[in-house]
Ligand binder design. Structure first.
Ligand code: NAD
Length: 260
């Protein structure tokens, strides 16, 4: 149980992050959501989770591309809900293109959101965790933190960087009651992947479901999508006492993708 603990989940207005936020709330944690979206929808998500699990849920709109906004979000979370004990660096964006045509601004945006934001959030949160003698940092990396695919230079570089950062933080916090791990999902059918399915469908004249099946067939031996709920259960386990000796690891949940 995580009763009374404060969790910040970045990029949690949708997809995997929202799934993780719900799971943490289900165990009694107070939640700071973060991410973009329509105001009314975000408010509905906050009050729905609050009502179901009887915990406090708030939202901070920090744009993670800016270190100062991350700092403000962490300070505000501390003031509203108490020091952050569980930090889930989840927000991420994607853009695909061959490297010689890869737009420089897309490279900068992906590195800022998928890698530097995690550094800034850990940098600003760790002192609280060290003072408390307990903390859980979970970085949502990707199979692309372990292996590469074509046309994903920025994403693969950022996710490999995130796995590296995870290891350094684990070493620097070892023995302090703090763990830092990366979860490396394969295909999960969220907005981030739906765009890639749509692009494939458009390019090859396939319907969406056939394009999705093709995407799976290419990389994910199980031929099934991982669900946000499954990833959330792994995150919960990493927060438990049973996982106190798992640190610095990069755990795939990928239907066999990286076994090949
Ligand atoms: P998603 O697009 O459904 O959700 C992304 C979330 O991040 C949203 O809440 C969005 O508002 C937020 N976000 C994006 N840019 C932001 C910014 N600058 N500041 C604040 N919030 C921002 O994506 P998802 O599929 O749920 O992805 C979540 C994480 O999981 C990402 O890091 C992604 O790389 C990783 N991942 C996804 C898959 C997959 O197949 N979907 C696979 C492996 C890893």
């Amino acid at each position: 149980m995580l009763t009374g603990k404060t969790a910040l989940v970045t990029g949690s207005t949708a997809g995997i992050g929202l799934g993780i936020a719900r799971a943490l709330a289900s165990q009694g944690a107070q939640i700071m959501l973060n991410g973009f979206g329509e105001r009314g929808e975000i408010e509905r998500a906050c009050s729905e989770i609050e009502k179901i699990y009887n915990v406090r849920v708030m939202h901070h709109p920090a744009n993670l591309m800016h270190a100062n906004e991350i700092y403000e979000m962490i300070e505000w979370t501390g003031a509203q809900l108490g020091p952050i004990e569980i930090l889930v660096n989840n927000a991420g964006i994607q853009f695909t293109s061959p490297i010689d045509e890869f737009p420089r601004d897309k490279w900068d945006a992906i590195l800022a959101t998928n890698l530097s934001a995690a550094f800034h959030a850990i940098h600003d949160t760790l002192p609280f965790m060290q003072r408390n003698g307990w903390g859980r940092i979970i970085n949502i990396a990707s199979v692309h933190g372990l292996v590469a695919s074509v046309n994903k230079a920025a994403y693969v570089a950022a996710k490999h960087g995130l796995v590296g950062l995870t290891k350094v933080v684990a070493l620097e916090t070892a023995g302090m009651g703090i763990t830092c791990n990366a979860i490396c999902p394969g295909w999960v059918r969220t907005a981030l992947v739906e765009k890639q399915i749509e692009a494939r469908a458009l390019q090859s004249g396939l319907d969406l479901e056939t394009a999705a099946a093709q995407l799976l067939l290419e990389k994910q031996p199980s031929r099934q999508f991982v669900s946000a709920e499954q990833i959330a259960q792994l995150a919960l386990f990493l927060c438990s006492d049973a996982a106190s000796q798992i640190t610095g690891s990069a755990i795939p949940m990928d239907g066999g993708w990286t076994a090949q």
